[in-house]
Design a protein around this ligand. Structure first.
Ligand code: KIV
Ligand code: ZN
Length: 513
């Protein structure tokens, strides 16, 4: 009999709570589509009641995704739960995930409620939610630090009221694997109706053990759902990393003996998309998705891998979606070839206007860069989260001069709302001068929170530079990404892309309250 492990992805909810990782609705939708290609079982799309922007994001994802359950978080009250149900109305399969804190610390200091009040609120919320949706998940927040007797009482009640999944969060990342696994097993043994619900684990990575704890919750505790995020994105040190947990279960199937629905070849594209959208770079030595995860530098290792791959490799790079740097298109490639390659890469475009805009950028790039790789194409379309209609600012041209001993100067020509502007400035370096030039005309007043440059294809200075700029203005945080073989141009593009998001209704999705 198949024993399936459910993969619940919360990149768009818990991952997005990471400071600076907030995403626009379009960005969330794009990632949700990639998660669908990855075949996760559940996408937690957001927290519908937390802001109109998050409501719209959950609704768009629920309307668009057909193959995967779409879930919204909700506090354990009628208003939040009704908002979640409303946002999920169009979903092919919907789940409401409601939570209330159960640790003494959280109940007393944060909620200012007695245990009996929390117990009653949990009961009422599941009763209310069950009238709106068949698939209900309940989480006792800070569950791992809760009194076990009280937790058993709450869990028994919510299962009796119809919760179909009970999730035990290690909210502050305090657990260690053996103890967490035993904790889950103990709860399952003590809650009389435990067999009526799927048990789930949700671990934070404050002590670097989120993946190990989640796996222990499965192996020792008998949980059958893991909550995780792409690249381990999430508040503080992040959540359990999807790629690591999935590849551990898959590579060590001999030990875990569990089935997964995941299409692992979509892991690296998903990792790249999340990193590019949020500006959170993946460390090179990160398991599975880091640039060095499959690189063999030492002579002995290289020799071994050439003779027999499994001497030093336990997974195959291509199985998790690493494409060997392949020259795929060139200057003479036509629109159809470009469109077909987009389809092969799993990039779906909403309209012909978007394809045309991306193709124009491709032609421009092909004129300046002889070899175009898959990574270049993904970067080209990566900024499609700002649709042509939302593009208020657009770079036309840039000239800069820097020389040893001289202060760099830049002149930037850009379009703002259909009108062309020229702006000039000096700066500490050519990038600084270019961004100051733009800002001298736009006067956004935004504060720069992050500036980072990354080579799109490794190993050569011919690579395009991909720049991420994070701006903050009046409590809104947005990321802009720009790619170009010239990193000064990429920087200006990234800055204008961030300004487009600040300018438009690209609603910031508020973090969980
Ligand atoms: O970490 C946590 O406790 C959560 C819950 C809302 C599930 O994210
Ligand atoms: Zn969490």
């Amino acid at each position: 009999m198949s024993d399936k492990l459910i993969i619940f992805d919360t990149t768009l909810r818990d991952g997005e709570q990471s400071p600076g990782a907030s995403m626009t609705r379009e960005e969330k939708l794009r990632i949700a589509r990639q998660l669908e290609r990855l075949h996760v079982d559940v996408i937690e799309a957001g927290f519908a009641a937390s802001s109109p922007g998050d409501f719209e994001a959950v609704r768009s994802i629920a309307d668009a995704i057909r193959e995967v359950t779409v879930c919204s978080l909700a506090r354990a009250n009628d208003r939040d739960i009704a908002r979640a149900a409303e946002a999920l109305k169009g979903a092919a399969r919907a789940r409401i995930h409601t939570f209330i804190a159960t640790s003494a610390l959280h109940m007393e200091k944060k909620l200012r409620m007695t245990p009996d009040q929390v117990h009653e609120q949990a009961r009422q919320s599941i009763r209310f939610a069950r009238n709106l949706c068949d698939d209900i998940e309940f989480s006792p927040e800070d569950g791992y630090r809760s009194d076990v007797d009280f937790l058993c009482r709450v869990l028994e009640t919510v299962i009796a009221e119809g919760a179909t999944t009970v999730n035990i969060p290690d909210t502050v990342g305090y657990a260690v694997p053996e103890l967490y696994g035993e904790f889950i097993r103990n709860l399952r043994e003590r809650v009389p109706n435990s067999d009526k619900a799927v048990w789930s684990v949700h671990c934070h990575n404050d002590l670097g053990m989120a993946v190990a704890n989640s796996l222990a919750g499965v192996k020792l505790g008998g949980a059958r759902q893991i909550e995780c995020t792409i690249n381990g994105l999430g508040e503080r040190a992040g959540n359990c990393s999807l790629e690591e947990v999935v590849m551990a279960v898959r590579t060590r199937r001999d030990y875990f003996k569990l089935d997964l629905g995941i299409d692992a070849t979509q892991i690296v594209p998903a990792s790249r998309m999340v990193s590019q959208t949020t500006g959170f770079l993946v460390q090179p030595n990160k398991a599975v998705v880091g640039a060095n995860a499959f690189a063999h530098a030492s002579g002995i290792h290289q020799d071994g891998v050439l003779k027999a791959r499994d001497t030093y490799e336990i997974m195959r790079a291509e199985d998790v979606g690493w494409a060997t740097n392949k020259i795929v298109l060139g200057k003479l490639s036509g629109r159809n070839a470009f469109k077909q390659r987009l389809q092969e890469l799993g990039v779906s475009m909403e309209s012909e206007a978007e394809v045309n805009a991306a193709f124009a950028r491709f032609k421009d790039l092909a004129d300046r860069k002889s070899d175009i790789y898959d990574e270049d194409i993904i970067a080209l379309v990566g900024d499609e989260s700002v649709t042509p209609e939302q593009e208020h600012y657009r770079l036309v041209s840039l000239a800069q001069h820097s020389e040893t001993g001289e202060r760099p100067q830049a002149t930037v020509t850009f379009v703002a709302d259909g009108v062309e502007h020229n702006a000039a400035s000096d700066g500490n370096g050519p990038v600084d001068a270019s961004l100051k030039a733009i800002e001298s005309k736009v006067r956004s007043g935004a504060e720069m929170m992050l500036y980072s440059v990354n080579a799109i294809t490794s190993g050569s200075t011919e690579s395009q530079g991909e720049v991420t700029v994070r701006l903050q203005l009046g409590g809104r945080v947005v990321n802009g990404v720009g790619a170009d073989p010239d990193i000064v141009v990429a920087s200006a593009k990234a800055y204008l892309s961030a300004l487009n998001k600040l300018h438009g209704n690209a609603d910031r999705v508020a973090a969980q309250g």
